[in-house]
Ligand binder design. Structure first.
Ligand code: AMP
Ligand code: MG
Length: 295
């Protein structure tokens, strides 16, 4: 689901097992809403129509768009939900394992999609003021839905659970009265851990260049795009994990941090009161979080 594998582990002994099915059902409903390529999704309909006229959206679509726009602004477009058309071009490149021609992407160099997304809070409508805009929620929907799943589990009385949404982890409560220990993958060797963080009631979301990529003529092209160049980001970061109370916030900021590079990412994440682990070729930087290198 949501383009990845989702695992729910509930450790309470006295919960109704139906909760797991209901939680997956909740995730599935959001997937139907936020899917970029599914022609029956609300997001697809929005992208088809919002350039011509303001398009009325559901309350939850309105929430995810407006909350995402806050992070687009805060990160000066390093995270940009308005880059859907450019991401489509790069998605095709991943499938064919060949980078796009320069004329395919030239219109998007330096293009800030989010600046052309106009929202109206009274009518709950969304409008695109530029033809090049479409909304892609691939960098933040997982976190958004994970927060909803956590709220649902808490409402059902769950006290101890680990939610793994493929690269996005949420630790609810403690396990055996101890915080959860979450491994951070070593970007240069996916089978090894660079270290681990100990967390309770927190999310850890990782963006990296080692998950979705292809190689062409000896050059590696990964899946996180820098709108300044319309190419995969060339920052010094190989992997960045962001730790905070909201998986949505961690998800937005991990993608942004990856594009910004280690120095700017550290400043941003400190400002936002997030924990982080930033891994470059040269160093592993982390702040305030208990980061144990297990090598
Ligand atoms: P994440 O794994 O959360 O960092 O999100 C990466 C996914 O978000 C990519 O696979 C694209 O679908 C999309 N994406 C790529 N670059 C950006 C960007 N600069 N801003 C927002 N979404 C992006
Ligand atoms: Mg993200």
């Amino acid at each position: 689901m949501l383009g990845t594998f989702i695992t729910l582990n509930i450790y309470d002994s006295d919960v109704d097992e139906g909760i797991v099915d209901n939680c997956f059902e909740l995730v599935s409903q959001y997937e139907k809403m936020f899917s970029y390529y599914d022609s029956s999704s609300e997001l697809y309909q929005l992208n088809q129509n919002a350039y011509k006229n303001p398009f009325k959206v559901s309350d939850e679509m309105y929430d995810i768009i407006t909350e995402s726009l806050d992070y687009c602004r805060k990160t000066d477009g390093a995270f940009d939900i308005g880059l859907g058309r450019l991401i489509e071009i790069w998605d095709k490149a991943v499938i064919s394992s060949k980078p796009p021609n320069s004329d395919e992407i030239s219109d998007y160099i330096g293009f800030k999609g989010y600046e052309h997304i106009v929202v109206n809070g009274i009518d709950k409508t969304v409008y695109f003021s530029d033809e090049r805009v479409s909304i892609h929620l691939g960098a933040c929907a997982k976190g958004f839905v994970q927060d909803k799943a956590v709220t649902f589990l808490k409402e059902c009385g769950v006290k101890s659970a680990l939610l793994d949404f493929g690269g996005s982890i949420y630790a609810l409560g403690t396990k055996d009265s101890k915080p959860f220990s979450i491994g951070i993958t070593d970007p240069t060797s996916e089978s090894e851990l660079a270290g681990a963080v100990q967390i309770t009631d927190l999310s850890v979301v990782t963006s990296g260049n080692y998950r979705r990529f292809f190689e062409y003529n000896g050059v590696v092209y990964h899946h996180i795009i820098d709108s300044a160049t319309a190419f995969p980001s060339q920052s010094d970061i190989n992997g960045v994990s962001v730790i905070c109370e909201s998986a949505f916030k961690s998800d937005c900021l991990s993608t942004a941090s990856f594009v910004l590079g280690a120095e700017s990412a550290e400043a941003l994440l400190s400002d936002e009161n997030c924990g982080y682990v930033i891994i470059t070729d040269e160093s592993v930087r982390s702040n305030g979080v208990i980061f144990k290198n297990e090598k």
